[in-house]
Design a protein around this ligand. Structure first.
Ligand SMILES: Nc1nc2c(ncn2[C@@H]2O[C@H](COP(=O)(O)OP(=O)(O)OP(=O)(O)O)[C@@H](O)[C@H]2O)c(=O)[nH]1
Ligand SMILES: [Mg+2]
Length: 199
């Protein structure tokens, strides 16, 4: 590839909204009903290639902990993010996006330069509040975020989300992926795996 770039995508939102479930679907196409709460954060890279443009982008996906006691660690992971994926499942977790996650993020990075997503997760479960979807969409519009209703369990809109990330990531002003360029230069053919993170 002629151009090697890197991007950092981070999942943010309250505990139990289903961040890890979407992260696992995107990075490994798996779903575990009995996921334990995330402690700290985990990074898994995925490589996006645009053959026509001879462009390769390593997207480092970061899963973070939503629990309040890990919030300090989660905040440190926000630095350097190009793609922010806010997740909510109900009124309370939506309120947290507005009042906590978005505001915290704004203090740490320039969100106007980021690709932003808002996910209403667990859409396999019927939502009692019909107004909620409208409210989330309205807010997504206001902050210039792309909205998706997703279900990691039933694999709904996960591919669409990933495709939208790849489609839009090219428009960002990204850093060169020096780790990847170095690897290409020494002609190392080894592939990334989930235990490696080139961040
Ligand atoms: N029905 C349904 N349940 C889901 C879905 N996604 C996640 N869950 C369940 O919701 C619970 C919490 O999901 P997690 O992905 O661990 O939540 P999290 O946001 O990562 O939580 P923290 O790591 O504590 O921040 C788990 O019991 C999952 O099985 C979904 O799409 N549908
Ligand atoms: Mg988690």
């Amino acid at each position: 590839m002629e151009k090697n770039k890197k991007a950092k995508a981070i999942f943010l939102g309250d505990s139990k909204v289903g961040k890890s479930a979407i992260f696992s679907r995107i990075t490994q196409n798996t779903f575990n009903e009995y996921n334990i709460a995330t402690i700290g954060s985990i990074c898994v890279p995925k490589i996006y290639i645009n053959e026509t443009k001879k462009l390769q982008i390593t997207i480092n996906f970061w899963d973070t902990a939503g629990q309040e006691r890990y919030r300090a660690i989660t905040k440190t992971q926000v630095y350097g993010s190009n793609i922010v994926i806010f997740c909510c499942e109900d009124e309370n977790s939506f309120e947290s996006i507005k009042e906590i996650w978005y505001k915290e993020c704004e203090k740490l990075i320039d969100l106007s330069k980021c690709l932003k997503f808002i996910l209403k997760t667990k859409c396999d479960i019927k939502c009692e509040n019909e107004n909620l979807l409208k409210e989330i969409k309205k807010y997504a519009n206001k902050i210039d975020a792309i909205f998706f209703e997703t279900s990691a369990k039933n694999n709904i809109n996960i591919d669409a989300l990933y495709e939208s990330i790849c489609f839009n990531v090219e428009k960002l002003n990204l850093d060169d992926d020096e780790a990847q360029i170095r690897i290409n230069n020494i002609n190392n053919k080894s592939k990334y795996n989930s235990s490696n993170c080139w961040c």
